[in-house]
Design a binder for this molecule. Structure first.
Ligand code: TXA
Ligand code: MG
Length: 331
């Protein structure tokens, strides 16, 4: 099921994509669940496999500018400049869609979210398939994103035709999503820090914090959630008797008294912390703990994306935690 990206396996994967199947593949952010973005039936399989609601549009992945021009109808100059600077890489741009992109991919929106990944396996798969790939993160809807092939195998193994091995992903958080309107809006924090975009775009409207209505499911208050209840807290806020049955997701220092502690970055490096975030949550979630406490990190650079994911993973106060044994994402 999980296969190394040898030329033979890449060819097999490309063949699966061309015939309308599903292939999970590594990108520099998280693993994606890919299908031919120009084939409505193939894209429908993604929604089925992820148990993803149809109002949640997919990101389309391209390998070159030729493919980009098949999926978008127009590239405004500001998008051109961003692509020049950040592509291939973890920046997703929301642009006017072409007629060739089926409505299921964009959930009926007149725009399409598109990015050019920079992982060699992702690029090679798209090139060999010869079509753009619609690919959300390869996890059941609402659950933790996969940063390793084994996460995909565990969560979606039965529903994917092939999983390409690419080791642990580089960034560990999803791409940053920008809607290029007047003014541009940051729709999702991700692997490109907002500060880097603002150099080019000027002050960004932070859609994530400032908009009331969820525009993208990545903005739903609860998303990226483990099954174990998770709470944001500094270690000193957790009473000693609570620590014994709880896990602690630490930023850099190891606190005392917890049943298990995972450290995101011993040196306090936010890039390293982001890369370890989902892996650490996957590990903690498998231990049957009563509670996971997660330590806040500074909101700068990759810290914005980390805090965004942690806040959404934390169950909102007062909400009942999902029952154990229930399929992930069904809450
Ligand atoms: O890093 C990533 O972006 C990963 C890898 C696999 O490339 N993909 C990913 O896809 O995170 P997904 O489906 O988990 O997140 C896609 C987000 C969704 O929240 C979706 O609503 C938003 O992109 N989106 C897609 N099309 C959009 C559109 N036309 N307008 C606004 N948001 C859109
Ligand atoms: Mg996702």
């Amino acid at each position: 099921m999980v296969e190394l990206p040898t030329p033979e396996n890449l060819e097999r994967a490309a063949q699966i994509i061309r015939s309308g199947g599903l292939v999970a593949f590594p990108t520099e952010t998280v693993y994606g669940l890919g299908a031919n973005a120009l084939n409505a039936m193939a894209a429908a399989k993604i929604f089925e496999a992820k148990r993803r609601p149809a109002f949640d549009p997919l990101i389309v992945h391209v390998a070159d500018r030729g493919m980009l021009s098949r999926v978008v109808s127009e590239v405004p100059p500001v998008a051109e400049a961003l692509m020049e600077r950040f592509w291939p890489g973890p920046l997703t741009l929301v642009l006017p869609k072409s007629a060739e992109v089926p409505g299921i991919v964009t959930s009926g929106l007149p725009t399409v979210a598109v990015r050019m990944p920079r992982h060699p396996v992702a690029l090679e798969l798209i090139r060999r398939a010869g079509v753009p790939l619609a690919a959300p993160s390869a996890n059941p809807f609402g659950y933790l994103s996969p940063t390793r092939a084994e996460h995909v195998a565990r969560m979606l193994g039965d529903t994917v035709d092939l999983i390409l091995e690419g080791g642990a992903t580089e960034f560990g958080v999803e791409s940053t999503i920008v809607l290029l309107g007047e003014p541009p809006v940051l729709l999702r924090h991700g692997a490109i820090p907002p500060e880097a975009l603002e150099v080019q775009l000027g002050p960004l409207q932070r859609g994530v914090e400032e908009r009331q209505k969820p525009l993208v499911p990545g903005q739903l208050p609860q998303h990226y959630a483990p099954r174990t209840p998770i709470v944001l807290a500094y270690p000193q806020e957790v009473p000693p008797e609570r620590r014994k049955k709880a896990g602690f997701l630490a930023f850099k220092d190891v606190p005392k008294g917890f049943k298990v502690v995972k450290v995101l970055s011993p040196t306090g490096d936010l890039l390293e912390a982001a890369a370890h975030l989902f892996e650490a949550l996957h590990q903690l979630d498998r231990l049957g703990l009563e509670q996971i406490y997660a330590e806040p990190v500074p909101e700068e650079g990759l810290g914005w994306a980390i805090m965004d994911r942690l806040r959404r993973a934390a169950h909102p106060p007062g909400a009942a935690p999902p029952a154990r044994g229930e399929p992930p994402g069904s809450q």
